[in-house]
Design a protein around this ligand. Structure first.
Ligand SMILES: NC(=O)c1ccc[n+]([C@@H]2O[C@H](COP(=O)([O-])OP(=O)(O)OC[C@H]3O[C@@H](n4cnc5c(N)ncnc54)[C@H](O)[C@@H]3O)[C@@H](O)[C@H]2O)c1
Length: 484
């Protein structure tokens, strides 16, 4: 029996130094060594796991998880954390996005024993949606077939990224078990609403939580700019940059470009978003996309939507330009990509991750970097450094904890509702994360007073979209507050 438990319990990477061999180990002892130099531990996740296990040892033992993600090194930490609280790899179904896929991460994830759905090849420019929809449907087929055979699984947790898993969830699985979803991207929520796919079960809105909006966005902006440094001119030669979509990411990108000495023009389809930009004397904003395209040489797409739908602005450009996506999938410049695909009469399939050039009617060459996929992702397995992006992984884990609570809460489970990510859990995550961030980086990234707001759960709640539903757990002391 003990042997069985050891074999079935879950690999746990915690406790390894970076840049050395590390052990995959169970709670009962080490059982496998992996030699490589790319795994780092994430202390915020570690402390969350420890605190949660003081309350309940294996709360995920009767839960299956569908996890749609970027296959980056730190996603292994998130899987590890869920395994540490009872999730069985055999009940874990994972699909990654091909544009961020790192082969080592894929292989390690497979070695953990999960069901890993490989991405199929995208053969046409602008074809991400179709390819990924095909992949998610294949994943759901596996989930249904597998869970049909398992009577011990009572709950299904769907950690979605872009709304695909929830959109394509087979109706046959709904009603058979308790389901809770979590959406990580604002684009995913918009797509679910647009397609009328509001789920009939609780959905946790991690995308629009205060922590992600305020603290994560500058990290993404820096990663994009850092990865772009070979193509962003240095400030000795200021460039006119256009930022399309002045939300969390767009704001952070605009600030960063300005700090590098560039001229920045901002456009957002929601004019109210531009009001705050108008208050800053260094930003120029416009409510006319055509003017922005005409004036800017380097354009950053930060809207999560196809900003090239009104193709005229690009078709008539006489000047060369570079377009950089900072959002998700290949959506940001989709219409242009499809035009390039249509004009490709060579019969040779383009690599969807290569730079793409659209030639305008006046001979302007519009270069779309990395096939219109977000520029901060490549095949290195890292977008934002691990110590920083553990904030995001910890927010997902906070959502997992909230879902564990929801599965037991009769007022929530089985009913539709978009719930805010719990403010107490956000406060805990931020406090632990801040302890690990160097002072100078915090000062450079955030306004004075921004960080202290995260000590106030009321403020966090007011700035996190969704229904506020108090939960039963507190990680502060690792205790139950009440019982259902
Ligand atoms: N690259 C990454 O690592 C990364 C990380 C997190 C999020 N994202 C993605 O980046 C995108 C933006 O995220 P966010 O958190 O800033 O979202 P957000 O909702 O805060 O901001 C989006 C902004 O774009 C504007 N907008 C929407 N459609 C537009 C259009 N057609 N033209 C102009 N403006 C338009 C909205 O009004 C809003 O102000 C999302 O798709 C998100 O999924 C990318």
């Amino acid at each position: 029996m003990l042997v069985n438990r050891i074999m079935r319990t879950i690999p746990n990477f915690r406790g390894q130094p970076a840049n050395s061999s590390y052990f995959l180990h169970t709670r009962n002892g080490f059982f496998r060594t992996v030699t490589n130099n790319v795994f780092v531990r994430l202390p915020v996740l570690d402390i969350m796991v420890d605190r949660l296990r003081r309350i309940e040892e294996s709360p995920l033992c009767d839960t299956a998880v569908v996890y749609v993600h970027h296959p980056l090194r730190t996603s292994l930490n998130l899987l590890d954390s869920m395994f540490s609280i009872g999730l069985d790899p055999k009940n874990t179904f994972v699909l990654g996005k091909h544009y961020s896929e790192n082969e080592w991460v894929v292989q390690e994830t497979q070695r953990l024993g999960v069901h890993y759905q490989r991405c199929s090849a995208q053969t046409v420019l602008g074809g991400f949606d179709e390819t990924f929809s095909f992949d998610i449907n294949s994943l759901w087929e596996t989930v249904v077939e597998d869970l049909d055979k398992k009577i011990n699984i009572k709950n299904l947790l769907v950690l979605d990224h872009g709304g695909y898993a929830i959109n394509f969830m087979p109706s046959s699985i709904q009603g058979r078990m308790n389901i809770v979803g979590l959406e990580k991207t604002s684009g995913g929520l918009i797509n679910l609403v647009r397609q009328g796919c509001i789920p009939s079960f609780p959905l946790i809105n991690m995308a629009n939580c205060a922590t992600k909006k305020v603290l994560e966005s500058p990290l993404i902006a820096e990663a994009v700019v850092e990865k772009l440094s070979p193509v962003i001119p240095v400030s000795r030669e200021p460039t006119t940059c256009g930022v399309i979509g002045y939300g969390s990411i767009g704001k952070a990108i605009a600030e960063k470009l300005l700090s590098l000495g560039h001229r920045v023009i901002i456009y957002d389809s929601d004019s109210s978003q531009l009001q705050s930009a108008n208050l800053r004397k260094n930003f120029v904003s416009t409510s006319d996309l055509v003017s922005l395209v005409a004036s800017a040489d380097l354009l950053f797409g930060c809207s999560g939507q196809d900003v090239t739908k009104s193709v005229e602005a690009f078709r008539l450009s006489p000047r060369d330009k570079t377009l950089v996506s900072c959002s998700s999938g290949d959506r940001e410049f989709l219409t242009l990509l499809k035009l390039v695909q249509k004009n490709n009469t060579s019969g040779i399939a383009a690599n969807p991750l290569d730079n793409v050039v659209y030639e305008s009617d006046f001979g302007g060459k519009i270069k779309i970097l990395r096939g219109g996929f977000p520029y901060n992702f490549d095949d290195t397995g890292e977008s934002v450094p691990a110590n920083e992006i553990q904030l995001t992984r910890a927010l997902v884990f906070a959502g997992v904890i909230q879902a564990i609570d929801f599965f037991k809460n009769p007022t929530v489970v089985g009913k539709e509702g978009l719930y805010a990510l719990d403010s107490g859990l956000q406060k805990f995550v931020v406090r632990e994360w801040l302890k690990l961030q160097p002072e100078d980086k915090l000062k450079n990234r955030y306004q004075p007073n921004q960080l202290s707001k995260f000590e106030d759960t009321d403020w966090i709640g007011e700035h996190s979209a969704g229904i506020q539903e108090p939960i039963n757990f507190t990680l502060e002391t690792g205790a139950n507050l009440k019982f259902y």
